[in-house]
Design a binder for this molecule. Sequence first.
Ligand code: ADP
Length: 361
Amino acid sequence: MVEDNAVHAEIIRRHLSKAAGDRLTLSEVDCLKDAFQSLATSGIDAVLLDLSLPDSEITETLPRFIEAHDDVPVVVLTSLNDLDFATQAVQQGAQDYLVKSDLGGELLLRSIRYAIERKKTQDKLESYAVELQRSNEHLKAFAHTVAHEVKSPLTAVSACLQMLEQDHRDKFDDDRWEIVRTAATAARGMAQVVNDLLDFSRIGGGQQNFETVDLETAFYQAYAAQRPAIKQSGAVVTHDALPHVRGNEVQLRQLLINLIGNAIKYRSDRSPEIHVGCDEGDDQWTVTVRDNGTGIAAENCERIFEAFVRLQHADRIPGSGIGLAICKRIVENHDGRIWVESVPGEGSTFLFTLPKITGAS
Ligand code: ADP
């Protein structure tokens, strides 16, 4: 107990002694300096901390304590029956707060016990989170290295096969020619997987290079990137006015390229019509990419966002199954959500949300 008011200290001592007897050992100091000394030498399980101390200002006591000893659970004692103040204490890292005028033995004891348990759980969660992040980073680095290492021999294989395809048709009979063509197509497919994997591994967590991005410009750039496919398929691509958002321009452009590209790739017999729309919510935008393509069965609507999941067209339409996983990672990196609504045979609408920047549209 860190308490400089002798009367308050006496009340707490009595309450605790009555409620816990000798199940609890109370160690008492009356200033922050002595508290630190005591924590350095003895095995303290939890601290009852008065905020107004002779050697510390009321607003500074908790931050100073947490900075020096974030390994010990703290229950803040306050005379202020002020919820805002208490909430602030908990946000700063206190496990609980007790208003001195409401103290009772059972309440004190329960609060101390919960503080100890809560702190243990919190520490465990924190170490899991650190571990998870580390293993994610390792995995990403591993995927990147593998893709990178595979890329150069694969480029050589692809180049050789392409030379055979382009310049040596006359040296092969039909059966052997078919083998060359199959190998060349497979090599192209592998090159796409490797490139997509490299893209996937590059989209880091963390909001690097975030700036104000004009989504409409990103749309025009995505349109330009897909122009050959749009032309070849005769697709009509329309769009609503699109907002400014905070984000990574390269990633947001990639997101639109992938979604528009898929809307063209997975077209039906109808001439493709694609609309990029946008709805304004209170604190987020919902952008939609709607097509009149093949549609997706309900049971596949979630799994297509996993890496390497491809549906029925896998053999007919080139792809790696990574495009939507990239989209998901990009959207989540922007604190948004992505999903699809679809009617098989009629078309699909991919929707993603992005937080609004206050004061911009
Ligand atoms: P890829 O296009 O390389 O196969 P994606 O991750 O982009 O990989 O898509 C995963 C699967 O989701 C695709 O193989 C396809 O079956 C399905 N899909 C994606 N977009 C659409 C769409 N607009 N319409 C119908 N199916 C789609």
